[in-house]
Ligand binder design. Structure first.
Ligand code: UT7
Length: 320
């Protein structure tokens, strides 16, 4: 049996930190409101000259170094992003060039908004299990700060920039052991950025818009459902999970999902306070944090889950 195993993780956060107190000077909000409703204290914001591919490059170099491989061994690059450098070529192709990888392995982006990393990792797992790749770089990278309306207090306080990456490799021992993805385009209006380019001009509202309350309710329901789906597939229960590494959108969503699964918050990796919602980057950022501080260890059961605009959602179970 062929498995795919994560052999290295990496992450990168831009230098500039924007606190809730800084936001009080920009929009009509307060540190107390943001903290109590979302659990966020601060977020990182990319510098003007930093692109998504630059954030991805730093995180990828970290992950490649941690994996102890050479870039040329990477035979597939997948970047999950909703804030690509440009309409095309893909951020994955730009990243391949910036990494100096010359082996002509495939590279493509996945667009599933905050569900992007779970989609990308599941896709990478299929490539390995199908024998089409042996060593894959999977990245989640975002500069959502450029897509939010800084006059809209209902959204601009929630998001941050960053990137996380993992190197996935063929293994004969269990790594990714279960995964399930879903989408429901019928709910696409609850979270969207409708703008597009038509005849050289921006057509439609270019900013990210969200019906926060509707997204909140939907998220808690589908996340606990999909987690139960993957646990049932392996005949496991919540208490078999050593670490849940959820998408970091809102501490209240994370707590509600953990509660539904009967999982203590002591077994949940939480980074939302310092990162905000970094969309597709949030899970690999949190994974890297918990790997590097020693919480995630060999042999443990790790569960990752996410939901995002589309709607897209999914969960993966990983034997570390
Ligand atoms: O990554 C996946 C996608 N995103 C999510 O998962 C986010 C899901 N949703 C949420 O996290 C929450 O719904 C929010 C954090 C966005 C909002 O929390 P809430 O408890 O649902 O607040 P609300 O939208 O019901 O707003 C409550 C009040 C409103 O005022 P009124 O109508 O009660 O007078 C808002 O206008 O809070 C007001 N409000 C604010 N006040 C201060 C909204 N944004 C702010 C703000 N500062 N930034």
């Amino acid at each position: 049996m062929i498995y795919s195993k994560i052999i290295g993780t990496g992450s990168y956060l831009p230098e500039k930190v924007l606190s809730n107190y800084d936001l009080e000077k920009i929009v009509d909000t307060s540190h107390d409101w943001i903290l109590s409703r979302s659990g966020i204290v601060e977020r990182h914001i990319a510098a003007d000259n930093e692109l998504t591919s630059d954030l991805a490059l730093h995180a990828s170099r970290n992950a490649i170094e941690a994996a102890g491989i050479s870039g040329e061994e990477i035979d597939l690059i997948i970047v999950a992003t909703t804030s690509p450098d440009q309409l095309f070529p893909s951020t994955a192709c730009i990243l391949q060039d910036k990494l100096g990888i010359k082996n002509r392995g495939p590279a493509f982006d996945i667009q599933a908004v905050c569900g992007g990393f779970v989609y990308a990792l599941n896709t990478a797992d299929m490539y390995i299990k199908g024998g089409q790749a042996k060593t894959i770089l999977v990245v989640g990278a975002e500069v959502l700060s450029r897509m939010v309306d800084w006059n809209d207090r209902t959204t601009c306080v929630l998001f941050g920039d960053g990137a996380g990456a993992v190197v996935l490799q063929t293994s004969s021992s269990p790594g990714i052991i279960a995964g399930k993805l879903h989408a429901d385009g019928n709910h696409r209006h609850m979270l969207k950025a409708e703008g597009n380019i038509r005849n050289g001009e921006i057509d439609g509202d270019p900013f990210l818009r969200m019906d926060g309350q509707a997204v909140f309710k939907f998220a808690v329901k589908v996340l606990s459902d999909v987690v139960e789906e993957v646990l049932e597939e392996k005949e496991l229960v919540g208490s078999d999970i050593d670490w849940m590494v959820p998408h970091q959108a809102n501490i209240r969503i994370i707590e509600a999902t953990a509660k539904k699964l009967g999982l203590s918050m002591d077994n949940v990796v939480v980074t939302v306070a310092n990162h905000g919602n970094t969309s597709a980057a949030s899970i690999p950022l949190a994974l890297d944090t918990a790997v590097r501080d020693g919480r995630i260890k060999k042999g443990q059961n790790i569960l990752i889950e996410a939901v995002g605009g589309g709607f897209t959602w999914g969960a993966l179970l990983i034997k570390w």
